[in-house]
Design a binder for this molecule. Structure first.
Ligand code: FAD
Length: 517
């Protein structure tokens, strides 16, 4: 691979047309698309190393081995009085970002998700215009391959269908759905179980060839450079500790994800003025919404011991799932389950439960959670991790907690139904004696985990929305020459897993930027 890391402008300055901060899920798409035009130069700043040749990253089924390791920023949450304070938010530090260590479950957001964005002020982001961006995606999105379909996961799908009367879905992206059970679509190459991440699909084919694309790996962006209201570039620290200013002739595109995009803005003096002043950070632009609207998909877990070991084959150990619509008037599903072919007891163990030698789990989650959290700084030192207060289970009507209680009850119905029932020896946690609403809620919240979907912290919205951070063209309100494009711009949470939505944000951002240029 040629060394891309020391390309300077012809006058010796580090100057490019575009500086993209974060070579993750959205950033990979944008850098790749912008450099299709050979006259455009792009610097892509990525905090982590390349994923090229790294089997630990590129092999999908090894995803769990990456959690908490050297490629994980591993963000803690603040104390969660109503939930689980021990959750660690994994965020990838490697080219491709979270698409290089996630499970690559691939759902086009539902029409109701995009229409909700449009209604929330994201003009032009409705389901109909967004369709074109799904069609453009370069990732290999395919249903879980036959060889990876584990017998117990097949039986889960059958049992869910029988117990609940929901349809079986073969190809969740073929059309909109409100309920159904089936194997997921994944962004992977079944042959060899290889990822089709944002970096594999968008950067690997071009990164050695495009002279106009400069990759700065293991390079950390710590402060934006502004001249008045115009973003001029970004200050970065390279792997060797060198501090340089990368200048953007046209635009800075911030793609550091739902945690690190607001974090960088706050450290650059862009955010709620009073908070910044309190920390001694000079306020450059008072923008109260930065870090607000922290969204996630919380989930709980119910675990069974199986009669014996289950077959080995799988794409990534959570290949099938279920969507339920409890509210028949609702626009889409309001309860989702992943089915794990492993006993996922990490959180229950803290309450004294034991991990069975072999088992399975169902993880009910809340597609449209109502609790809203907040990300904020606790120090002016850019190396201190920001505080993530998800305020899990704090919504007024207790909708979020009730959803998980419903989830546990529905999971038990499925477990009682053949052909799944015959596999299961006993319910390990919460255990068959835990049946009342209060007890179930307490259990569900204390073992709650995250589906790892933080979003919304630089939300897109209309001009009269005080807490909107970017406009529908993704430009930071009140500034020039800078956009945000990643999961942080989601106005609301998608009912489905968000990665494809993030890739589509990347495609649309490239379109908006290219169109303007
Ligand atoms: C374990 C796990 C499993 C998941 N499973 C799924 C799934 O199956 N399906 C699904 O739809 N979604 C899944 N998700 C969520 C999905 O992966 C994310 O929502 C999505 O990838 C986020 O994309 P992004 O572009 O916003 O951020 P990221 O992909 O996180 O990209 C941000 C990039 O910016 C870099 N960066 C950050 N700050 C700086 C800085 N200051 N300087 C330089 N570089 C910086 C990071 O290194 C990273 O590469 C999962 C997430 C995790 C963590």
């Amino acid at each position: 691979m040629p060394d891309h890391t020391h390309t300077h402008g012809h006058d010796g300055r580090h100057e490019y047309d575009y500086v993209v901060i974060g070579g993750g899920t959205a950033g990979s798409v944008i850098a790749s698309r912008l450099t299709e035009n050979p006259d455009v130069t792009v610097a892509l700043v990525e905090g982590g190393p390349s994923d090229v040749g790294r089997e630990d990253v590129l092999t999908l089924r090894r995803w769990m081995g990456l959690l908490g390791g050297e490629l994980d920023y591993d963000y803690p949450t603040t104390e969660q009085p109503r939930g689980n304070s021990h959750i660690r938010h994994s965020r990838a530090r490697v080219l491709g970002g979270c698409s290089s260590h996630n499970t690559l479950i691939a759902f086009k957001p539902l029409p109701s998700d995009f229409d909700e964005w449009e209604a929330a002020g994201a003009k032009g982001w409705g389901a109909v215009p967004m369709e074109a961006y799904f069609a453009r995606l370069k990732n290999n999105i395919v249903p879980v391959d036959e060889r990876d379909r584990n017998a117990i996961a097949r039986d889960f799908v059958d049992a869910a269908q029988t117990a609940l009367g929901v349809p079986r879905i073969e190809g969740f992206n073929r059309g909109p759905f409100t309920e159904g059970a089936g194997f997921f679509d994944l962004a992977y190459h079944p042959e060899g179980n290889k990822r089709s991440s944002a970096s594999v699909a968008y950067l690997h084919p071009v990164m050695d060839e495009r002279a106009n694309l400069t990759l700065l790996l293991e390079t950390w962006a710590y402060r934006l450079e502004l001249d008045g209201t115009r973003a001029e570039g970004v200050h970065v620290r390279t792997k060797d500790g060198e501090e340089i200013l990368l200048r953007a002739r046209r635009e800075v595109v911030l793609c550091a994800g739902a945690v690190d995009s607001p974090r960088l803005l706050l450290h650059s003096g862009i955010g709620p003025g009073q908070d910044l002043e309190r920390l001694g950070i000079p306020v450059v632009h008072d923008l109260p919404g930065v870090g607000e609207n922290l969204l996630d998909h919380p989930e709980s877990v119910i675990v069974w011991e199986t009669e014996g070991p289950i077959p080995e084959n799988s794409a990534m150990d959570s290949d099938a799932g279920l969507f339920v619509r409890r509210d028949p008037e609702g626009p889409g599903p309001d309860l989702m389950f992943h089915f794990y072919q492993i006993p996922f007891t990490d959180n229950p163990e803290r309450l004294g439960y034991e991990r069975p030698p072999h088992g399975v789990s169902m993880t009910p989650n809340i597609p449209k959670p109502r609790s809203r959290g907040r990300l904020y700084l606790t120090s002016a030192d850019p190396s201190v991790k920001p505080a993530l207060d998800f305020r899990y289970f704090t919504d007024e009507d207790d909708y979020d907690a009730r959803t998980l209680v419903d989830g546990i009850r529905i999971a038990r119905e499925i477990a009682r139904t053949e052909p799944l029932a015959g596999w299961l020896k006993r319910e390990v946690c919460p255990g068959p004696d835990v049946t009342g609403d209060e007890e179930l809620s307490e259990y569900a919240r204390k073992v709650a985990h995250t589906v790892y979907h933080p979003a919304g912290t630089c939300r897109m919205g209309s001009a009269d929305d005080r807490l909107a951070v970017v406009d529908p063209e993704l430009r930071i309100r009140g500034l020039d020459g800078i956009r945000v494009a990643d999961a942080s711009v989601f106005p609301t949470m998608t009912a489905v897993n968000p990665m494809i939505g993030v890739l589509m944000v990347g495609e649309k951002a490239a379109d908006l930027i290219g169109g303007e240029a």
